[in-house]
Design a protein around this ligand. Structure first.
Ligand code: FMN
Length: 203
């Protein structure tokens, strides 16, 4: 069964390496991960005053993420942290209070950079937000992708053969298994509770 995955890329740049990594993940796992890129560049800055009358872009974003079975964050690191556009999208999706579209959704976090520490700082700031958002985040494999440049991709924008592609393949498989485990265990728990309630009713 294909799980719907909302991919949120933390870069608005046309030639973003993070967008290319995201696209490569979609390409590698399109048989059982049904990936859609959710655009965040048009989201007005979050303002709590607008919770009761949200801009249409916020509504569209919340609907798109809300329909997904899981969320994949693919982001650069800006000044050792989360790019503002991504933080804004996270804030928009998390509100109004009690109606977060991220709640309980399994997630994975990938950060890519031409630098050597692969966006570690941004990766962990996203993880920090995900704790509060109540998202079960895949712990391993961790994906701080360092030394990623335009040369890492072919003309179609997909990862060239090599260790990075192998790592991403492993990550895509692991993410599918993670999303499946979360949804399947919830389904089984719900089934168990229903059986228990039925047995109690007939006791
Ligand atoms: C405002 C800004 C801040 C940056 N800060 C970092 C940083 O803290 N760590 C890092 O590894 N790279 C940093 N970079 C370099 C980015 O990793 C690089 O531009 C990368 O290609 C951006 O990702 P993208 O290609 O997906 O847009 C920064 C770039 C910009 C524009």
């Amino acid at each position: 069964m294909a799980y719907k995955i909302a991919i949120i890329v933390g870069s608005l740049r046309e030639g973003s390496i993070n967008r290319k990594v995201a696209r490569s993940i979609c390409g590698l796992r399109n048989d059982n991960l049904d990936c859609s890129m959710i655009e965040i560049g048009d989201l007005p800055l979050y303002n709590q005053d607008l919770d009761s009358n949200s801009p249409e872009q916020w509504v569209r974003f919340r609907e798109q993420v809300g329909q997904a079975d899981g969320v994949l964050f693919c982001s650069p690191e800006y000044n050792r942290g989360i790019p503002g556009v991504l933080k804004n999208a996270i804030d928009v999706g998390s509100r109004p209070y009690g109606q977060s579209v991220f709640d309980k959704k399994p997630a994975a976090i990938v950060t890519a950079s031409p630098g050597s520490i692969g966006g570690f700082g941004a990766n962990h700031q996203i993880r920090q937000a995900a704790v509060f958002l109540n998202m079960p985040v895949m712990q391993a494999p961790e994906a701080y992708l360092g030394h990623v440049t335009d040369d890492s991709f072919d003309e179609s924008g997909c990862l060239k053969e090599g260790p990075l592609k192998e790592l991403i393949k492993g990550l895509a498989h692991a993410f599918h298994d993670w999303v499946h485990m979360i949804h399947e265990s919830r389904r089984l728990l719900a089934e168990d509770s229903a059986h228990a309630a039925e047995a109690k009713a007939h006791a």
